[in-house]
Design a protein around this ligand. Sequence first.
Ligand code: AMP
Ligand code: MG
Length: 421
Amino acid sequence: MNNPVLNHSCEQIQPPLLTMDKALNFLLDAAKTPTQTCNTLLNDSLDRVLAQNICSTINVPGFDNSAMDGYAIHLKNEQINRPGGFTFKITDRISAGSVGNTLESGCAARIFTGAPIPKGANTVVMQEECEVSDDGNSVEIWRPLSLNENIRPMGNDIKSGAIILEKGLKLKPQDIALAASVGINTLEVFKKIKVGVFFTGDELVSPTLALKPGQIYNSNSYALVAMLKHLNCDIVNLNNVEDTLDATVSALESLQYQCDLIITTGGVSVGEEDHVKPALEKLGKLSLWRIKMKPGKPLAFGQIGKSAFIGLPGNPVSALVTFFLFARPFIKKMQGINNYKNQTTQVQCNFDWRAPKLRREFVRVKLDHSTAPASANLYPKQGSDVLSSLVWAHGLVEIPEDCSFSQGALLNYYSLTDPTL
Ligand code: AMP
Ligand code: MG
């Protein structure tokens, strides 16, 4: 795709106005998929991304086994599906991990869950349905019995030769367990990506310090680090960087060869105090966009050294929302994850939207699950500086540009609270 940037060598020209879809497509097309892999032990593989399909070389279970504590029985033909009242001689005891002897016709073996079905046995009866004689030598059953009751057949879970986990899967606990269940101890995964972050703005201070007049705390630093940890990235955090061209250039220089991606917040408008654009243009390539969305109009994207660059807006809600909508799928693609795009569901809006807006809006909502589909209630203050709106909210409703609707309309919803999405 061509770079949708007009001429940005001239200071007077405003960055191009783009639809969100165009900006996202451009960004995702530019995200490089990973090539380097490494092996991890299963216990270190949570949230890593599989670099190859995993194929089982064994059946699971590897043998027919009992689904119950009870009695394995060799039913005679004339006993199958007949009214009960049959007595079977107990000739064996098979616990999980041991192998029993061949069961003669009309005989029973005491058996426990997971123990192999002995040769000759053709059904298993749970112990609650069995009456054992006082001397413990025989068992009587009073209901009709059919073949193969309570037997888990070989390969019931996994067949030998089957692909059990696919390349590009971000590993969850159950995936790791499945690999262990087929006797795999290490997994080939993509190398972690390293993300460098810094934050522009002379007003920013660390929450360890007392505020002086005009200062604010750097909350974006904590938002970004936490979101990158969620995505299992390695992080280099340079924290606050002075709002000068020199400081911005040297921050970028220190990160450009050690990181796969650099993310900043603030300084991507075209004000005099915004040095990200000139610094990036000095070292590499930059596209600066005004995106037809709210929150989060200004967004920068570029490349310096071996690192991609994403410059997010400074306002805390804008920074978090644009990280979620742009940086997150970009990072997931760089990590080799198959399903890297954000997932949406449909919710019904509990509010009207009377006046169409030029920009697509991502409003903070809380869901009421007592309706189906769930209904979305708006936070009363939707300003991009109101960080508490994101703490209150469950997610974002996407309101298309140029649209109006009444209460009950169905719209796309992005969960900010479901970690699996
Ligand atoms: P900017 O994009 O640099 O023009 O910043 C827009 C607004 O976001 C200003 O009110 C900044 O003070 C605020 N802001 C910028 N960076 C941060 C940050 N790291 N943490 C909290 N607020 C910020
Ligand atoms: Mg600033």
